[in-house]
Design a binder for this molecule. Structure first.
Ligand SMILES: [Zn+2]
Length: 411
């Protein structure tokens, strides 16, 4: 079957033919995406561009509807990137379920749908088509799709890494991007879910304005993403920052990756639920363990504190190698607060991380369960040459309470 033509992902870049101008525009966009709204003087300072150049770029962005000037303290306005239009789809693919969300920026509308007990290409394509029809649109109107895989995606093959094949058999050997693009005729981005969650926390969450940021996502599975020198770092094989398979216990359980005692075997949902199996009252999910611990269940409290300790040990080792300024824990364990963070911070303390120069800050992620989906939106916006300096309330599931911004938990 001939591949359908895909829409150009990058209208803003395409409209700029002068390479120097295009580079300057990219610098301004990057600053507004990563650091948030800024005055024109601030933009000139941070990009090193002249006031006249900044003025011309901001005028163009305003004319295209990609930015607006918002007043600040009744004085100088700040330039804010806005996504006033576009129809984007974010899809999160797990072992046995698929969650998709369509974001209509024209209508400020978020519609979601889920598939349970099924996870393969056909199920994902059905979900995407159903989401498009739910908002009364056609596939041809979709401006971008981003897929968040709950598995590392290999750079060389574009498929999930082979040691995840038995965990996600429906996706074994599937060249992800090409398969979605040829079936849908829409530009598709594929990335690991934790990489995308890291991108969201870096763009709109606890990592904003930080050039060196490590994020670990711990819920059903355990993954991570890494920002080095102001960009997501994927490494040679595309899997850098994946904290889930850092080996901590030489005599621990064998992991599905083939190693032994990985962080995944110690703090994933399966490991935690399994650890409390003999305590009264069956717990089937990590959420149930967290709720029971909050109500005073001593066994659940113990297991979560131990999970914090393991996370702390893994993160302390990573911090010594990479020296990030901020380390965030997302996913359900990040949202468990002191139940996990007390154990985490005491194992960080024991690791004597203060021996390095400045200590990193350890913080919970603030974007909640939507983090990977929002990262998918951030990835599409970036590839489209667009951006949003501020997350808008309609973009998150109103049923999910956002974690309040925490005081930084420095050690
Ligand atoms: Zn492993």
């Amino acid at each position: 079957m001939a591949q359908k033509p895909t829409k150009s992902p990058n209208p803003t870049k395409r409209s700029t033919s002068d390479p120097r101008r295009s580079m300057n525009l990219e610098r301004v966009l990057e600053t507004l995406r990563v650091d948030g709204p800024s005055s024109q003087a601030g933009l000139a300072r941070r990009t090193g561009l002249s006031a006249a150049t900044i003025n011309a770029i901001v005028r163009d962005l305003k004319d295209q509807g990609a930015a607006e000037i918002r007043p600040l303290n009744g004085r100088e306005g700040v330039v804010t990137l806005i996504a006033g239009s576009g129809l984007f789809i974010a899809v999160e693919i797990a072992e046995r379920s698929i969650h998709g969300v369509v974001y209509s920026f024209d209508r400020r509308l978020r519609v979601s749908d889920e598939v349970h007990d099924d996870s393969d290409l056909e199920a994902a394509l059905r979900l995407i088509r159903s989401l498009v029809s739910k908002v009364g649109a056609e596939l041809a109107e979709v401006d971008g799709i981003a897929i968040a895989m709950q598995a590392p995606v290999e750079k060389a093959t574009g498929a999930i890494t082979s040691w995840c094949n038995s965990r996600m058999p429906g996706w074994a050997g599937v060249p992800l991007r090409e398969s979605f693009q040829s079936a849908l005729g829409v530009h598709v981005i594929v990335d690991n879910d934790a990489n995308l969650a890291a991108l969201a926390e870096w763009t709109w969450g606890v990592g904003r304005g930080v050039d060196d940021f490590l994020y670990v996502r711990s819920s059903g599975g355990v993954g991570g993403g890494l920002v080095i020198d102001g960009s997501i770092y994927r490494g040679g094989n595309g899997m850098a920052g994946d904290m889930g398979h850092v080996a901590l216990e030489g005599t621990g359980e064998v992991c599905y990756c083939g190693s032994r005692g990985c962080l995944t075997t110690l703090v994933s949902e399966r490991a935690i639920v399994n650890a409390v199996r003999t305590s009264p009252g069956a717990k089937r999910t990590l959420s149930e363990v967290i709720v029971a611990a909050r109500k005073g269940d001593a066994a659940c409290q113990r297991v979560l504190a131990e999970a914090g300790d393991y996370l702390g040990r893994a993160l302390a080792n990573a911090a010594k190698v990479m020296a990030p300024s901020v380390i965030a824990v997302g996913g359900e364990l990040g949202g468990a607060g002191p139940l996990v963070f007390d154990g985490l911070l005491s194992s960080i303390e024991l690791s004597n991380i203060r021996a390095g120069s400045s200590s990193p800050q350890f913080v919970p992620g603030i974007l909640g369960p939507d983090a990977a989906l929002l990262g998918a939106v951030a990835a599409i916006l970036t590839e489209s040459g667009k951006g949003m300096s501020e997350l808008e309330p309609w973009m998150t599931d109103s049923r999910l309470a956002m974690v309040p911004f925490p005081a930084a938990l420095a050690v």
